[in-house]
Design a protein around this ligand. Sequence first.
Ligand SMILES: [Mg+2]
Length: 251
Amino acid sequence: MARHAVIDALTFDLDDTLWDNRPVMELAEQGHYTWLDDALAAWQGVQIEQWGRYAERFPLSAYQDRRMALAQQYPLRRGDFTWIRERALIEMMEEFGLPRSAAFLWAAAAMDRFMDLRHQLQPYPQVGPLLDRLGEHYRLAAITNGNADVTRLPIARHFPVTIAAGELLAPKPDARPFLAALARLGTPASRAMHVGDSWQEDVMPAQRLGMRVAWIDRHDDSGRSLPPGVYRLRHVSELPALLQWLDSRLN
Ligand SMILES: [Mg+2]
């Protein structure tokens, strides 16, 4: 691959850009809740013959409804998915009959389990070799709103710069996580390309900053007209071809 004169850094969204996020979220969602129900049933603090099983009183759908209600009740926290999950678990366990202190401890343990499962994700098979090749020619950064901690994943080695936008309390589409990544990469926006699947959270903010954008159009939203500097891909594996095409046009 030729060195590209015009673009020298790439920033990547993670969820639904480098892996399909749905299977891992389904596993984590079901897995930590089942774990909690089993743990509470085995714990002597729950009077199982009087109270019954926790998940019989609060099935998974009740947990999901509770999270939606909390997101409406606490609008400033609506993007902080970890806080909302933990808060929902605490409320439901207290209503089930647990003392507050026990509800806090079990919610924290369930969230540890959730985060373990949430990191059992599989990047698309092309991603490792792709990042290896790109890393020879470009500086690479990851910018994510999700609660996956890149440093817990094997692909961390490809990313000298990682920005957890939720922890900045400025999730995408806020410009700050992009500006933080560019500053740490030492690259002006005009020499960087962002790669992501979300029109609102990836394409629009990066394009407004003057970055080029490779939009991963997972849902084949081909009716959209693309602003200048935005290119449409169906899969991240098409990125090298786009970069080569841009290189041949720009040199
Ligand atoms: Mg995404």
